[in-house]
Ligand binder design. Structure first.
Ligand SMILES: *[C@@H]1O[C@H](CO)[C@@H](O)[C@H](O)[C@H]1NC(C)=O
Ligand SMILES: *[C@@H]1O[C@H](CO)[C@@H](O)[C@H](O)[C@H]1NC(C)=O
Ligand SMILES: *[C@@H]1O[C@H](CO)[C@@H](O)[C@H](O)[C@H]1NC(C)=O
Length: 198
């Protein structure tokens, strides 16, 4: 009986520690981002391998993005992928974006618009959480903050340079980063069937 009470007490302590830890950890402004992000090395094509979608319409599969630098030195990107705009009508769409810089080189403001009028346009934060430039990248956007500075509506993409997938050697670091941005186990795989490629 005493042992049971002790165990119960211990679990309650552990639960409350974990609870506090999770809470402070999910304050969006404490999320780690890539240090000394170098946009030159980030340019080129990235294939989305996994995604955590926002609340609204989002690219579904066959997602990739081409990053370039425009004449003014801003990073820009064309993202392509499939969406089902009407029931049973999947179609390839194109989104165009321009990345405005902030005081943190890994934290951008992304101005984007759909190439077609019925696609969304907007202005999102766009953070590069981590990348090694050569194999993987993980990005994060919080569209809506809660009062306690946790995120109410976020999206995140795991990118690979190789359309066939991310090398096993970096799976661990990606899982760790997904946990640090409070999105562990929230991702779905992005299928690639060679659709929407140009
Ligand atoms: C960024 O990377 C490019 C290409 O590797 C390199 O030439 C440049 O010096 C780097 N910039 C910084 C600030 O490290
Ligand atoms: C990005 O900049 C390059 C170079 O100016 C340009 O060719 C390309 O169309 C731009 N892409 C977007 C999405 O604006
Ligand atoms: C979130 O973190 C920032 C930066 O550390 C801090 O200034 C802010 O007070 C935190 N917000 C909450 C609700 O804990």
């Amino acid at each position: 009986m005493l042992a049971e009470v002790k165990i119960l007490g211990l679990s309650l302590v552990l639960i409350s520690i974990c609870h506090c830890y999770a809470q402070s950890n999910c304050n969006v402004s404490t999320f780690p981002v890539k240090e000394n992000f170098n946009k030159t090395r980030y340019l080129g094509r990235w294939y989305a391998m996994a995604k955590k979608s926002p609340d609204s319409i989002f690219l579904e599969d066959n997602i990739y993005a081409d990053f370039a630098q425009d004449d003014q030195g801003f990073m820009n990107a064309t993202a392509r992928g499939r969406v089902t705009l009407l029931e049973n009508w999947p179609t390839c769409v194109q989104m165009l974006g321009k990345f405005l810089e902030t005081s943190n080189p890994a934290k951008f403001k992304l101005k984007y618009r759909g190439a077609l009028h019925y696609l969304q346009s907007g202005f999102d934060d766009h953070w590069v959480i981590d990348t090694d430039y050569d194999t993987f990248a993980i990005t994060y956007t919080c569209r809506q903050l809660n009062d306690d500075e946790t995120c109410a509506d976020s999206y995140s993409l795991v990118f690979s340079r190789d359309p066939k997938g991310i090398p096993p050697g970096v799976h661990g670091i990606i899982r760790q980063r997904q946990g640090q941005i409070c999105l562990a186990n929230k991702y779905g795989r992005v299928r690639h069937e060679g659709l929407c490629l140009v």
